[in-house]
Ligand binder design. Structure first.
Ligand SMILES: [Zn+2]
Length: 278
């Protein structure tokens, strides 16, 4: 079994200009590599009205459980102004021991490392208990409608089980390897719209000020103690991110007040349980 060099593969992956939702042929390229390593592969293109179709790849080596899955994405965000780059972002190069190119960090190098790690594992272990799989999407930086979510639905239908999952998303603020996260907190955004009754500030009894109501509700929401945190996560927290009372007059009680809040929640909650609570 030939070992795959991760830097070489990372460079090859970066050469595909895969700005979401463009595939540019990268999934087929990776599929070929994985087939050579013995993987059974499935290219999955998902479509939905009003969204561009996206290609995803699921590959599995072995049929037994447990199934260890590497998850990642091969799409990248747009490079911005090309003139601001020291190189063409889709012609990667190594400078001062750093790989430069769009996706070098987030996260084509991780995908290359997955494949390289598997090839080096297989060179030492022809037989092993369980399966190794890769779930690679092209829809992480975009709408995330036709990506991993749909692949998981597809796998569920086929009763294909993933027991462990490693996501190669870069999380190290300063240097490689300083941080490994166990899962990720959930995020729930809530919008609050209070319809009051407009009126003159001089006659408050004839109106109903939605700003008073929204302040009280937001205070109550902010005061909720969701939990004390868990072994792996900090306490669930709610932050008000926007309060909007679109009023141009100083002497008018507004008709509508709007607010947005976001909850970052740990594994004590789900978006459904939080919706019930709040
Ligand atoms: Zn990413």
């Amino acid at each position: 079994m030939q070992k795959i060099n991760e830097l070489q593969l990372a460079k090859e992956l970066i050469r595909f200009p895969t700005i979401t939702p463009l595939d540019a042929g990268v999934m087929k390229f990776l599929e070929k590599k994985l087939k050579k390593l013995g993987f059974k592969t499935k290219l999955l293109e998902f479509k939905e009205k009003n969204f561009k179709p996206v290609k995803n790849l699921y590959a599995r080596l072995g049929t037994k459980g447990p199934n260890f899955c590497y998850a990642g994405h091969l799409d990248v965000v747009p490079p911005g102004n090309i003139k601001d780059w020291t190189i063409n972002p889709f012609k990667p190069s190594v400078k001062n021991n750093h790989l430069i190119g769009r996706g070098a960090n987030d996260m084509k190098s991780s995908v290359a490392a997955f494949v390289s790690a598997v090839s080096s594992f297989l060179s030492k272990n022809q037989k092993f208990n369980g399966s190794i799989s890769l779930l690679i999407t092209g829809d992480e930086e975009g709408d995330a409608i036709n990506g991993t979510k749909k692949v998981v639905e597809y796998l569920k239908k086929r009763k294909e089980k993933i027991n462990f999952c490693l996501v190669g998303e870069p999380t190290n603020p300063n240097k490689l390897g300083e941080m490994i996260k166990i899962g990720r907190r959930g995020s729930l955004t809530g919008k609050l719209i209070i319809f009051g009754l407009q009126g003159h500030v001089a006659y408050p009894s004839r109106s109903n000020n939605p700003s008073t109501i929204i302040i009280n509700i937001l205070k109550e929401l902010k005061d909720i103690k969701f939990d004390k945190g868990t072994k792996d996560f900090q306490p669930t927290n709610l932050e008000v991110t926007r309060i909007n009372i679109n009023n141009t007059a100083d002497n008018v009680i507004p008709a509508i007040a709007e607010a947005t809040f976001n909850i970052r929640f740990n594994n004590n909650h789900s978006s459904t349980s939080l919706k019930k609570k709040t």
